[in-house]
Design a protein around this ligand. Structure first.
Ligand SMILES: Nc1nc2c(c(=O)[nH]1)N[C@H]1C(S)=C(S)[C@@H](COP(=O)(O)O)O[C@H]1N2
Ligand SMILES: [Mo]
Length: 370
């Protein structure tokens, strides 16, 4: 840690961190919002206790008995639904890979002081819920509807006045994104920090779209310009650049670190011989078609063996058999999707540290494990 009490913004300007110097504000965020445990990523389904978390404000205390989901605005039939109403609708379970748009922020050379994610702000849970689109049809969207605004019960001050966490989807996205209203995670009710009792899950999108503690859906006749649409979650070059909105997850892969923790050198200690390296790959744009592994720091590449994707909304497991000889190595993985998108060595820098899908590097020492 460098400074003692630094804010992320000074006079409206963001401050930046470099390398491994983290400010108090970053450490405080990292203590509340943790990445997934990488040993959870080695599993196909990430246990809730190992799944990454991102809560911008305090986790609200919600009461499932008095809970209502209100659907209002430019609709023909306003709806006020209890949790039982929602649970009595057709239910589906899907494995969905969620990834924070800020995943990888820490590895940008100059990173904005915000949640300092390394590469583990990703996880795949089995989410139980009911599809959103039929419910919107039941509410009857008026012709004038442009967007649906989703409001969570959590709130705080980002700029000058209190706001709720709110995100919108255009009418077309809300009807076509295969979004779910979710009340279960990995066979249990949603844990408090994951949005109990109800959240949105928008598959293939970066995580900010999946509003937790969802209590209100409002149909509006104009574009929604809330803080988390127009200021945060933009890919932009400077404070005043309006930038681009952030939608689907970029193609990416992660390596579940092989061997065991090695505190003194590199990251991991691996026994010489045949080593099964495994990881996951995903893309919001389409299926994963290839994962290549470089066991020598990016000089040579070989294809990994792809497993079955865990569903149409979830990551693809991969494995790679490595003949590990004694020495120090850097292992890289690079995924490609069906549209030909592939991971860069260095993703383009942007002001908020978004959408970093750079190739991950894992440093490994191969030696006899005592
Ligand atoms: N109400 C509410 N919903 C929210 C957030 C939040 O802070 N409040 N964070 C969003 C962000 S930025 C991400 S990445 C995901 C994280 O979901 P998880 O905590 O279940 O992993 O939730 C999204 N939904
Ligand atoms: Mo996020």
């Amino acid at each position: 840690m460098t400074d003692t009490n630094e804010e992320e913004r000074l006079g409206g300007k963001r401050t930046f961190g470099h390398g491994n110097d983290f400010s108090n504000s970053e450490v405080n965020r990292a203590l509340r919002n943790h990445g997934s445990y990488y040993e959870g990523i080695a599993q196909d389904i990430t246990p809730a206790t190992m799944h990454y978390l991102l809560c911008h404000f305090d986790v609200p205390q919600t009461d499932p008995h008095t809970f209502r989901l209100e659907i209002s605005g430019h609709v023909k039939n306003k709806l006020s639904l209890t949790l039982d109403d929602i649970k009595s609708r057709p239910a589906e379970t899907h494995a969905v890979t969620l990834e924070c748009a800020g995943n990888g922020r820490q590895s940008f050379a100059q990173r904005p002081k915000s949640q300092p994610w390394n590469e583990w702000a990703v996880g795949t849970a089995e989410w139980l819920g009911t599809p959103l689109a039929p419910l919107l049809e039941e509410a009857g969207l008026e012709d004038a509807v442009h967007s649906l605004v989703f409001t969570g019960e959590d709130r705080g001050i980002e700029v000058d006045e209190p706001i709720y966490y709110q995100r919108s989807l255009t009418r077309q996205d809300a009807m076509n994104a295969q979004a779910l209203l979710v009340y279960g995670m990995n066979g249990e009710p949603l844990p408090a920090a994951f949005g109990f009792p109800l959240r949105l899950i928008v598959p293939r999108w970066y995580g900010m779209a999946s509003v937790k503690w969802l209590s209100r859906i409002e149909a509006t006749d104009s574009e929604f310009d809330g803080y988390y649409m127009k200021q945060a979650y933009r890919n932009k070059q400077s404070e005043n650049d309006p930038g681009k909105d952030i939608r689907l997850q970029r193609v990416r892969s992660v390596i579940a670190p092989p061997g065991i923790k090695y505190r003194h050198q590199g990251d991991r200690l691996v026994q010489p011989g045949s080593v099964e390296i495994q990881g996951k790959a995903w893309s919001g744009a389409g299926a994963i078609t290839n994962v290549e592994i470089s066991p020598d720091g990016g000089q040579s590449w070989q294809d990994a063996r792809l497993g079955e994707a865990l569903g149409e909304f979830a990551w693809t497991p991969w494995t790679y058999n490595w003949q590990a000889r004694p020495g120090a190595f850097e292992i890289l993985s690079r995924a490609t999707d069906g549209l030909g998108n592939t991971q860069p060595f260095e993703a383009d820098w942007n002001y908020l540290g978004m959408e970093n899908n750079s190739i991950q590097r894992v440093s490994v020492v191969v030696a006899e494990i005592p």
